[in-house]
Design a protein around this ligand. Structure first.
Ligand code: NAI
Length: 277
């Protein structure tokens, strides 16, 4: 740790679980004071209680503009400012096999949390930061927002929206010294994975199978973890990235770079095998 966030104040939405929870840890370890904002009041309060006075909790639904405005106000009142806004809260969609059977019934809630929530967090943080020397806003998208694919059309569309919005906001807010970037996690084992498979009978084996599939398409042979995302977030939050805005960084073991399968090697291996009589 290098104390690169000493004196900074951060908000982490969705900070009660998974990637957000680990990022709160990383921010505190780097010297920041943090407000955890999460819709899960019980978990959020429990997590915040594990720290000292450097961490507070504010129950917030990120899709509600009044609650997001209140979150920023409470943070400034408690810690005297706001330098870093991590718009990480998100909900998954149910994974279904194809568009023809897709009910699109979670459209409004998904867009409200995964896209509008990011927009509100960016806007309300920026309204404060613009008059107080700038800051760094980091929006969580997904590899599903970069790569088109089968299944999860609403989730992918919402996350693609996060990337485009991030670029627009970066251009708009640059004159105030506010940088806006996004991070695209891929295949990080957190509770969200099982939630996408909640409609199946055996969620546990479906989750294991899903992780197997991810392993087979990921170029890097190692598993990702919430700490990998937190490390990228600390970089965007601090001064090392002072000349970087409007970007999207996949943290995904190379999945969006391309499919790990090597069809040519497989064909070569087949040809090398002796022909059966
Ligand atoms: P998680 O389910 O562990 O954490 C999500 C957190 O967001 C939870 O604490 C939840 O209570 C909170 N939340 C949900 N709705 C909210 C709302 N309306 N207002 C405030 N808080 C709310 O999942 P994980 O994996 O840590 O997800 C974090 C972000 O990373 C999400 O935006 C997700 O879409 C994104 N992501 C995760 C990937 C992964 O492989 N785990 C892959 C791609 C993107």
């Amino acid at each position: 740790m290098t104390n690169e966030l000493t004196g900074r104040v951060a908000i982490v939405t969705g900070g009660a679980s998974g990637i957000g929870r680990t990022t709160v840890d990383a921010f505190v370890a780097e010297g920041a004071r943090v407000v955890i904002a999460d819709i899960n009041g019980e978990l959020g309060a429990t997590v915040a209680a594990e720290y000292g006075p450097e961490v507070a909790f504010q129950r917030t639904d990120v899709s509600d503009a009044a609650q997001v405005a209140e979150l920023v106000a409470v943070t400034v009142a408690r810690f005297g400012g706001l330098d870093i806004m991590l718009n990480n809260a998100g909900i998954p969609t149910t994974m279904r096999a194809g568009l023809l059977d897709e009910p699109l019934d979670d459209f409004h809630r998904l867009m409200a949390v995964d896209l509008l929530g990011v927009m509100l967090g960016t806007q309300h943080a920026a309204r404060y930061m613009a008059g107080h020397g700038g800051g760094s806003i980091i929006n969580t998208t997904s590899i599903g927002g970069i790569r088109a694919g089968r299944g999860e059309p609403v989730y992918r569309a919402a996350k693609a929206g996060v990337i485009h919005f991030t670029k627009c906001a970066a251009i708009d807010l640059a004159e105030y010294g506010i940088r806006v970037n996004s991070i695209a996690p891929g295949a990080i084992p957190t509770p969200i994975l099982a939630s996408t498979l909640g409609h199946l009978d055996d969620i546990e084996s479906a989750t294991l199978r899903l992780r197997e599939v991810m392993r087979s398409i990921r170029p890097l042979p190692r598993e990702g973890s919430p700490s990998d995302i937190a490390a990228a977030t600390v970089f965007y939050a601090g001064e090392r990235s002072a000349y970087i805005t409007g970007t999207v960084l996949p943290v995904d073991g190379g999945i969006v770079a391309g499919h790990a399968g090597n069809a040519f090697a497989e064909i070569e291996a087949e040809q090398a095998e002796p022909l059966s009589a």
